[in-house]
Design a protein around this ligand. Structure first.
Ligand code: SAM
Length: 278
C-alpha cells in the first residue's frame, strides 16, 4: 500500500543517478538537495501506469537523448520491468564489447546462467540500438498521489496514459487516472507545447478523456475557453508522429487488443500556454 511507496520530498530532492548512470554529470560537486549526484539533463517523458514497459522499450531508440520514466503501482510488475531494462542494457553492452574486439579476445560469460537470456526481448537480438536503453527507467509509484513530488512545473515534454484501468462502475470513477484535478497536475508538470498522449480500447473511457481534457460540457455548449489548458492534436499531425505508432502497437495491452481485433481510441492533447492573469 501507499505507506510503503518511496517518493522524494520535492523534484529537487529526487535521486535519479542510479536510474540513469550513463547520464550522471561528471562534476561530483553538482548535487541534488538530497546530496545525490545530478544528471546532465532532466527527465522529460513519463509513462503513467507503464505496466511491463513495452511503450518505453519501443520509444527508447527513437528518442535516445531523452530521459524517460515509467511509473507503475504494482510491485511485481515494476520488478519485472526493472530487470527487463537491466537485461537490455547488459545485452547492449555485450554487443558493443563484441563489436569493439577481435573474436579471440571477446569476454566469455563465467557461468551458463550469465550467458542465458533473461527475457524474450533478448533472444537472438544482435542489433545495437541508439541510446542502448540507458535513457529509460521505471519507478514504483502511485501517480494519482505523487506526480508533483517527482516533476517540477513545465519539466515534461510528453506524458503517456496507455490503456488506463477502465473502472467501469460509476462509483469507481474516482479511481480513474483521468480527472479534472489530475489533469490540472498533468498541465502543471507539462511544458507549454508539450503533449499528453492517451489510448484506450474502451469507447466510453475515450469520451470521458475528451470531456475531461477539453473541458467540454456534455450538453455540447462551448467550454469556458480561458480555463482550458489543452487542445486536441489533429489526426494529420498524429500520423506523422512515430510515438503514436509505438503507443498503438508496442505496449503489452495494445498487443492484446490487436490479437482480439479490438478497437483503439487515440486522443493526444497539446498543453497550451498558461492563460494571462487579468
Ligand atoms: N500502459 C500499459 C500498457 O499499455 O500495456 C499497462 C496498461 S494496464 C491496463 C494499467 C496499468 O496501470 C496497470 O499496470 C496498473 O497497475 C497501473 N496503474 C493503475 N493505477 C495506477 C496508479 N495510480 N499509479 C501507477 N500505476 C497505476
Amino acid at each position: 500500500s501507499d505507506h510503503k511507496l518511496e517518493y522524494p520530498l520535492s523534484p529537487a530532492h529526487m535521486d535519479w543517478s542510479s536510474h540513469y548512470p550513463a547520464f550522471v554529470d561528471s562534476d561530483p560537486t553538482k548535487t541534488t538537495l538530497s546530496g545525490a549526484r545530478k544528471l546532465t539533463k532532466d527527465v522529460e517523458v513519463v509513462d503513467i501506469g507503464c505496466g511491463f514497459g513495452g511503450l518505453m522499450i519501443g520509444l527508447a531508440p527513437l528518442l535516445p537523448d531523452t530521459l524517460m520514466v515509467g511509473m507503475e503501482i504494482r510491485t511485481s510488475v515494476l520488478e519485472y520491468l526493472s530487470s527487463r531494462i537491466h537485461a537490455l542494457r547488459s545485452q547492449q553492452q555485450r554487443l558493443k564489447n563484441r563489436a569493439d574486439q577481435p573474436a579471440s579476445e571477446q569476454p566469455q560469460p563465467e557461468t551458463a546462467e550469465a550467458a542465458a537470456p533473461v527475457h524474450d526481448d533478448l533472444v537472438g537480438t544482435t542489433q545495437i540500438y541508439p541510446g542502448n536503453f540507458e535513457n529509460i527507467t521505471a519507478i514504483r509509484s502511485n501517480t494519482m498521489k505523487f506526480l508533483p513530488n517527482f516533476f517540477g512545473r513545465h519539466q515534461l515534454s510528453k506524458i503517456f496514459i496507455c490503456f488506463p484501468d477502465p473502472h467501469f462502475k460509476a462509483r469507481k470513477h474516482k479511481a480513474r487516472i483521468v480527472s479534472e484535478s489530475l489533469n490540472t497536475e498533468y498541465a502543471f508538470v507539462l511544458r507549454p507545447g508539450g503533449l499528453l498522449y492517451t489510448i484506450t480500447d474502451v469507447e466510453e473511457y475515450h469520451y470521458w478523456v475528451l470531456k475531461h481534457f477539453l473541458n467540454q460540457p456534455e450538453d455540447g455548449t462551448p467550454p469556458p475557453s480561458s480555463k482550458d489548458l489543452f487542445e486536441r492534436v489533429s489526426d494529420e499531425e498524429l500520423e506523422a508522429d512515430p510515438c503514436v505508432r509505438v503507443m498503438k502497437f508496442e505496449t503489452e495491452e495494445s498487443k492484446k487488443v490487436t490479437r482480439n481485433n479490438g478497437k483503439k481510441f487515440v486522443a493526444v492533447f497539446r498543453r497550451k500556454a498558461d492563460p494571462e492573469w487579468p
